[in-house]
Design a protein around this ligand. Structure first.
Ligand SMILES: [Zn+2]
Length: 268
């Protein structure tokens, strides 16, 4: 099976790399790197191994605690970038909800919504945040829904989906006028990929559940295609697990565009 480039729909590509169950190619027109074919069965197995295998998996609690500083930092960035009261926020691919819990602590008046595919994640999060409203599993569930949001967050999610363009299109349609998307993805041009190599590093290519591989240019491309404007790459200092000198190094990497994660905001 051959897929068209998810971003520019070009049908010609060059071989890039075969990693575990994924055949990864590079679009000849726009140079986007994407998974052309993969094993659905292997993908399912990798999700279980890497994330959680039940709603009471102890890794859920640990993940939320380990990432507390990052979630807090993300909340500060979202609030600062929107610069107005946020009355409604939808988190797509909320996982076990570390970000949403942190958000509700810092902005208790915001009505929070979530999209999530994993029943285990939903079950676990429903116990922690009974007031959270689930809108479904996929962005398809947003179609035909009249609800519009001030802010939609898409944290480490776009690299997992089969069609990132249609997800961004759906997000655009679900935002209020002047609404904001906050998106983070692994950076395929990070220092880690460069130093450790495609097979060894595990934040971008090395995660067997990742299907799309973004650079700054390609995030801009996918957002522009959907109609977004005022697309800005965020390079704030800190707002992650790093402390001390590591925060400074991370900040320099962000300025150079070689950080492990890319953070963007875009407006409707
Ligand atoms: Zn392309």
């Amino acid at each position: 099976m051959t897929r068209l480039c998810p971003l520019c729909e070009c049908s010609t590509y060059q071989d890039f790399k075969v990693l575990d169950h994924r055949v990864i190619v590079k679009c000849q027109a726009c140079e986007f790197v994407y998974t052309n074919s993969y094993s659905s069965k292997a993908l399912k197995e990798h999700y279980k191994k890497r994330y959680y295998s039940s709603s009471t998996d102890p890794r859920i609690e640990q993940w939320i605690n380990d990432k507390e500083r990052t979630f807090k930092g993300l909340v500060i960035s979202v609030v600062k970038a929107f610069a107005k009261d946020i009355t409604s926020l939808l988190d797509i691919g909320c996982g076990t909800g570390g970000f949403l819990m942190s958000f509700s602590k810092q902005s208790p008046k915001t009505q929070l919504f979530a999209l999530e595919q994993s029943n285990d994640a939903i079950e676990s999060l429903k116990r922690r945040m009974p007031s959270l409203i689930f809108k479904g599993a996929h962005s398809n569930d947003l179609k035909g829904d009249d609800q519009l949001y001030d802010v939609i967050t898409l944290l480490q999610c776009l690299e997992h989906v089969e069609n990132p363009q249609s997800l961004c299109d759906d997000i655009y349609n679900s935002l209020k006028p002047n609404g904001m998307l906050f998106v983070t993805v692994p950076n395929r041009k990070s220092y880690k990929v460069f130093l450790e190599g495609l097979e060894k590093e595990d934040m971008c290519y090395g995660d067997e559940t990742h299907l799309q591989f973004f650079t700054k240019k390609h995030i801009r491309q996918v957002l522009q295609n959907s109609g977004f404007s005022k697309i800005v790459c965020l390079r704030d200092f800190g707002r992650s697990e790093s402390r001390g000198i590591m925060s400074l190094i991370q900040f320099v990497f962000r300025l150079l565009g070689i950080s492990t994660e890319l953070r963007f905001v875009a407006f409707k």
